[in-house]
Ligand binder design. Structure first.
Ligand SMILES: [Zn+2]
Length: 410
């Protein structure tokens, strides 16, 4: 199967790859420091391994282990070491511990240093180097495989689907040949890519229409805005089956959610796996939650402006979802099933205005609040910079261009 190509292009930012002794290897080495000979032990915690095991392995003074534990007791308990986390121990010429470093998680480090009176522990934030990544791609089969393999690319695909949740249903709307461009923060340690941060701006060409999103913050609130500075939010999500929820709910095997949508009657039918979480498309109040004839297990939600939405054939209604309960957009209300008059697992979704059925896919909805006029100059500056960056991602490499999947052009 051909994979879509992901090209990561760094703008003309020169950078050095600095190799340090922090490499994750189980080696100890000699190196001189301020005239004394120190020894360094680097490694990663193995499954079931304790600090005691490590001390025994390297013939370190067990007494010092207790002092280390004591020093860090109020900061991070050394009993709680997780497999896969790196550590580093520096030992002086008398086989005494000079310092102990442990990566608590992606963002913080425990540092225990020897001073005149004993050990002193502190927790520090990992100082990532932030770069901007420029990613372009073409949809081939589905969003996740098009963005690329691996956990970080999955997170990026989910972030993208969240940004456009009001405009694009990533489970049914994508077409082969759709293209996307993303400007996203990339976090690096010692010149090595570690993780993506926030998407700053993105352009998605879907089925003939181009959508834009720019991340902008004011009054302490961050949101994504269109080219005119209007929030991408709308009263209703594009679909009641969230790409994120469906993708993360089926992690057992790699699941690439592509759902089928049918319109056999006054509503939409989503062929979806049984048990897939169903979300309310908008804020509202539950007016019905229970069993109702051909609908089977059904939830009905009343929204502002005389809108109502219906979610039928559910296998289960979410706990706590009862008549009169207030619901927020995106909240889980039940799970896909085949109750009532139904031949297989699917979600029956219906929207009504003043009790008249309408096609939710063509209902015109206005965007959310606009950026205040006084801040528009700042927004335009940011948008111009992002547009210049997006323009550099050209053209997105098409899937049939070659087999060089996930090529990173550095
Ligand atoms: Zn139906």
């Amino acid at each position: 199967m051909r994979k879509a190509v992901m090209a990561v292009i760094f703008l003309g930012i020169a950078f050095l790859i600095i190799k340090t002794n922090f490499n994750i290897t189980n080696e100890s080495e000699q190196f001189p420091s301020s005239g004394k000979v120190y020894r360094e032990i680097c490694g990663t915690i193995k499954r079931g391994e304790t600090l005691f095991d490590i001390f025994k392995k390297y013939s370190l003074d067990i007494k010092e282990l207790f002092y280390l534990k004591e020093a860090s007791a109020n900061i991070h308990k050394l009993r709680e070491l997780y497999p896969g986390r790196p550590y580093k121990i520096i030992i002086d010429e008398n086989n005494k511990i000079n310092s102990f470093t442990y990566w608590i998680n992606e963002d913080s480090i425990l540092n225990i240093n020897r001073n005149e009176s004993g050990f002193c522990a502190e927790k520090k934030n990992v100082e990532y180097e932030r770069r901007l990544e420029h990613i372009g791609g073409t949809i081939k089969d589905n969003l996740i495989s098009s963005v690329g393999e691996g956990k970080e690319n999955l997170m990026l695909a989910l972030q993208l689907s969240d940004i456009f949740a009001w405009d694009i249903d990533f489970t049914t709307d994508l077409r082969n040949g759709d293209t996307f461009k993303i400007v996203v923060e990339g976090y690096y340690l010692d010149g090595e890519f570690k993780k993506y941060g926030e998407i700053l701006s993105t352009e998605f060409f879907n089925n003939g229409v181009t959508f834009y999103a720019y991340r902008f913050e004011y009054d302490g609130r961050t949101d994504y805005y269109d080219t005119e500075g209007r929030s991408l939010r709308k009263a209703f999500l594009k679909a009641p089956l969230s790409f994120r929820r469906i993708s993360s709910g089926f992690t057992g095997k790699r699941f690439h959610p592509i759902l089928k949508i049918y319109r056999p009657h006054q509503g939409l039918d989503y062929a979806a796996p049984s048990g897939a979480p169903v979300s309310s498309v908008g804020d509202g109040t539950v007016t019905f939650a229970g069993y109702k004839g051909q609908y089977g297990k059904l939830v009905v939600i009343k929204h502002p402006n005389n809108y109502k939405t219906y979610y039928g054939h559910l296998s289960k209604i979410e706990k706590g979802i009862t008549k009169g309960i207030k619901i927020t957009q995106g909240q889980i209300i039940g799970y896909v099933g085949t109750t009532g008059l139904s031949t297989g697992p699917h979600l029956h979704y219906e929207m009504r205005i003043n009790n008249n059925p309408v096609n939710p896919l063509v209902v015109k909805l206005t965007r959310g609040t606009s950026i205040p006029k006084t801040l528009m100059a700042g927004f335009r500056d940011f948008k111009n910079e992002m547009d210049a960056r997006l323009a550099l991602i050209t053209p997105p490499v098409f899937a049939f261009a070659g087999e060089n999947k996930n090529s990173r052009l550095q």
